[in-house]
Design a protein around this ligand. Structure first.
Ligand SMILES: [Fe+2]
Ligand SMILES: [Fe+2]
Length: 201
């Protein structure tokens, strides 16, 4: 049996689970509304991946002898409120890219921990290829829209959502940052951590 999860670890892993569920719900609603075509297909796969990730974190927490915490959902509503309803598919994808980058930055930071529990490492390993693909397909789709929407308009949308993201997630991210910092103090922080995330954070 692994070491029992600290309250801090249980919160962080539960936060990941909740983020994945939020992603699944967001992309699921979009996938349902898409007209036929490659974006409909990729968005559906994206939705299915995030649902699966929510299950992986649930399973991970269970394997470590605990249950996921029920966390507040308020920030998700605030996020969509501040971002507004995207006016077109380009804006939907720009918002998606922001969402994905946020998640990846969180996982990359956590994976820097040297003494990562095998259950957590295993879960990161199961998720990494999907998350790489999410950034990739959305990036390609946005590039393919440059002719229709204009490169500058796409760049402006990405910048606008990045600002909204920073603003709305500020409070909850602060808590996440503090908790991960605490975890790193306890478990050792090193650039050579064995986590699978190659991105700098
Ligand atoms: Fe995910
Ligand atoms: Fe994702």
């Amino acid at each position: 049996m692994p070491d029992p999860l600290t309250e801090n670890e249980q919160w962080i892993l539960s936060f990941y689970r909740t983020s994945e569920i939020n992603g699944a719900l967001f992309f699921g609603r979009l996938a349902r509304a898409m007209k036929p075509g490659p974006i409909q297909r990729d968005m559906t796969k994206h939705f299915a991946d995030e649902s699966q990730h929510a299950w992986y974190w649930t399973e991970c927490i269970n394997r470590m002898g605990a249950e996921p915490l029920k966390l507040s959902q308020a920030y998700q509503d605030k996020y969509l409120e501040a971002a507004g309803i995207p006016a077109n598919i380009m804006e939907v994808l720009a918002l998606t890219q922001t969402f994905e980058k946020r998640v990846i930055a969180q996982y990359a930071r956590h994976s820097r921990i040297v003494d990562l529990q095998p259950e957590v490492l295993d879960t990161f390993n199961k998720i990494i290829d999907d998350e790489k693909w999410h950034i990739e397909w959305v990036g390609k789709a946005l590039k393919s829209m440059e002719g229709e929407y204009g490169r500058d308009t796409i760049a402006e949308s990405l910048e606008r959502y990045r600002k909204v993201d920073e603003e709305v997630y500020g409070a909850i991210l602060k808590e996440h940052e503090q908790r991960v910092a605490e975890l790193m103090r306890g478990r050792g922080n090193h650039a050579e951590g064995k986590g699978p995330w190659p991105w700098p954070v």
